[in-house]
Design a protein around this ligand. Structure first.
Ligand SMILES: Nc1ncnc2c1ncn2[C@@H]1O[C@H](COP(=O)(O)OP(=O)(O)OP(=O)(O)O)[C@@H](O)[C@H]1O
Length: 355
């Protein structure tokens, strides 16, 4: 187990600045997920830790060593990519053994490691197969096995599940989590999937345009977002976000009769973004103490255990939730309740949270 320190990391691609001074301090054994929209710099950061990209400025420490000048294989890392890059002509056994063979490890030790890891990943029955005869999930496990046999100080994952279907993704996510509980290696994991970030991470780092927008535990990122960007990015369906102007009475959402008192420090005329998660907008019967408003529900999505209620508040399309068994008709006006204890307010100009 090694700590990883990323200090003031800068990446220039010619004149394009992809990273603007990234600072992340990852504790030994911590599972750190880098998440953010396409092009925000997640992969670039990971590839610089791996030694696959040069460092324009700043410092990367793995364990006790500054690794800026070290080649990838000298860094004590193993990387699992999105396209597993298995050797098609080699068996599963030889795919897993290959890097150890290159390092001239004794055959008996290679055999012990490959079989032990195959057992952990339930690949023992497949060791003589070639990748072409494996399912997507099995190939993904071989790619992980190939990384694990090397017993690296640090694992780097670059969107390892993005080629799998939804069900398999869920299964592999749980397997990666179990593997981490068992091996306790330090991990940096890149994804653009916020569900993966929430479920896997000890620490989530949300990136945007080459900068860190916020980092913290999944709980703190979800329940205590610093910015409207983080609030809107984490959570599915996304938080309802509505730009509005504070009136002398408080806050009015569009032309509706929903008015709430505003947090201290806001004055009439201030422009704010009001945020509330779909979980906190319910039919009034579910939430008697909320702020009530009667609004037209124009679409209901049945998800099984719950239903999503799409409704309009003035010009805004919003989403609420109710239990899957609740009987509601599309196109009818419903009295909805907003749980204002869980509402958020952001400065409409800067996007910063107003606390
Ligand atoms: N080799 C390169 N040359 C020039 N620009 C690059 C290069 N690689 C990445 N970039 C740019 O750097 C920025 C960050 O790219 P990066 O691949 O790290 O983003 P990402 O967050 O991993 O995105 P994605 O989720 O789409 O993979 C982007 O603007 C991208 O266009």
């Amino acid at each position: 187990m090694s700590r990883i320190e990323i200090r003031n990391l800068v990446k220039m691609y010619g004149t394009h600045q992809a990273l603007h001074g990234i600072n992340i301090s990852i504790q030994p054994g911590e599972f750190c997920v880098l998440v953010g929209p396409s092009g925000c710099g997640k992969s670039t950061t990971l590839r610089m830790v791996a030694g696959l990209e040069t460092i324009s400025d700043g410092e990367i420490v793995i364990g006790e060593r500054v690794v800026n000048g070290l080649r990838p294989k000298e860094r004590g890392i193993a990387m699992v990519f999105q396209n597993y890059a298995l050797y098609p002509s080699k068996t599963v056994y030889n795919n897993m053994a290959f890097s150890l063979q290159l390092s001239k490890m004794p055959r008996a030790e290679i055999d012990r490691r490959v079989r032990e890891v195959a057992e952990i990943l339930e690949l023992t029955q497949l060791l003589e197969r070639k990748p072409g005869a494996l399912s997507g999930g099995q190939r993904q496990r071989v790619a992980m096995g190939r990384a694990i046999v090397r017993d690296p100080e640090v694992f780097l994952f670059d969107e390892p599940l993005s080629n799998l279907d939804a069900k398999l993704r869920g299964q592999m996510r749980a397997e990666i989590k179990r593997l981490h509980q068992r091996l306790k290696n330090t991990i940096i994991y890149v994804t653009h999937d916020q569900v993966e970030a929430m479920t896997l991470a000890d620490r989530i780092v949300i990136m945007r345009d080459g900068r860190i927008e916020q980092q913290g535990t999944p709980d703190s990122i979800f329940h205590d977002p610093d910015t409207v960007f983080v609030a809107g990015f984490m959570g599915s369906p996304a938080m309802n976000l509505i730009d509005c102007v504070v009136t002398p009475d408080g806050l009015r959402l569009g032309e509706t009769d929903l008015v709430c008192t505003t947090p201290e420090g806001l004055r009439a005329g201030d422009r704010v973004t009001f945020g509330i998660r779909p979980d906190d907008v319910r039919p009034a019967a579910d939430l008697p103490n909320g702020v009530h408003a009667t609004l037209p529900v124009d679409l209901i999505e049945q998800l099984g255990t719950e239903k999503l209620l799409h409704f309009r508040a003035g010009p805004h399309d919003l989403i609420g939730k109710t239990g899957g068994r609740m009987d509601l008709a599309e196109g009818s006006a419903q009295t909805l309740a907003f749980d204002m204890a869980h509402a958020f307010f952001f400065d409409a100009d800067t996007g910063r949270r107003i606390r």
